[in-house]
Design a protein around this ligand. Structure first.
Ligand code: 1GP
Length: 247
């Protein structure tokens, strides 16, 4: 089964998904420990990637280690150095609010032949980095979105749908000081019923995960909390995935 189908099947049966973000820039024993805990906690897939300093060797080693859990391993590329044939799929992304032509089509031009050679499934994704104070915002030269203007996110969602993209990733930035705003998620959901909405960045409490779920996100990504406090990460996964049943 394709990874896209795996995701769509879960969503169409009323489920929400959690993805665990693993930065390959860490020792294998940490990757093994963190990933095993997150599998037990009910995560649905692994994302691998980072904004800076990921070598193709690290990406391959990490993907291999994660594959043994039997869950999808998806490259979430900060750049083409994160691509590896050991993964199953790639979020093939366009950084929608970037001022930098490289992230609008240069990286895609360089990456597409590699994705084809590596046999990775492409998950076509609009990537929207909403806050300005994180590594991804700096590297990607983004224009931040004012929190008072969620309708801008709605317009990006519409544009993504009209371009035929399947996923919209609304990103606060890894380790962001504040979580991605649920009002952004709600605006995107209102604008597009079709897009699979991925949300992440700065989510460190179950209550915010629940709000993001209620705002209409299909997939929640957490990275930092998974490393810092796996117990809290488990609560976050539960609050997001079982939003209709948890109090
Ligand atoms: C980053 O959205 C993800 O792309 C996860 O962010 O590390 O803050 O959980 P955190």
């Amino acid at each position: 089964m394709s990874i896209h189908k795996y995701i769509v099947n879960k969503i169409s049966s009323g489920k929400k998904l959690h993805f665990t973000l693993i930065d390959p820039d860490k020792p294998l024993e940490d990757i093994d420990r963190i990933s095993s805990e997150m599998v037990k906690a009910g995560t649905d897939a692994f994302l691998i990637g980072g904004s800076l300093g990921v070598t193709p060797e690290e990406a391959s080693k990490t993907a291999k280690a994660l594959k043994k859990h039997g869950l999808p391993v998806i490259v979430f590329p900060g750049n083409i150095n994160c691509l590896t044939p050991e993964a199953d799929a790639v979020l093939f992304m366009i950084l929608l609010n970037s001022l930098e032509p490289y992230y609008l089509m240069g990286a895609q031009l360089a990456g597409a032949p590699l994705v084809r050679k590596y046999g990775l499934e492409s998950l076509p994704t609009g990537y929207l980095v909403v806050y300005g104070s994180t590594a991804v915002a700096h590297v990607g030269r983004i224009v931040p979105i004012p929190e008072s203007k969620p309708e801008i996110v709605g317009a990006y969602a519409l544009a993504s749908e009209m371009l035929g993209l399947k996923y919209l990733y609304i990103e606060g930035g890894s380790g962001a000081p504040k979580p991605v705003s649920p009002s952004f998620i709600a605006a995107a959901r209102k604008a597009s019923k079709k897009l699979i909405i991925i949300a992440g960045g700065g989510v460190r409490e179950p209550a915010i995960a629940r709000k993001i779920a209620m705002a209409g996100a299909d997939i929640l990504v957490t990275g930092t909390i998974v490393e810092r406090d796996p117990g809290k990460a488990k609560e976050i996964i539960r609050s997001f995935k079982f939003v209709h049943t948890s109090s």
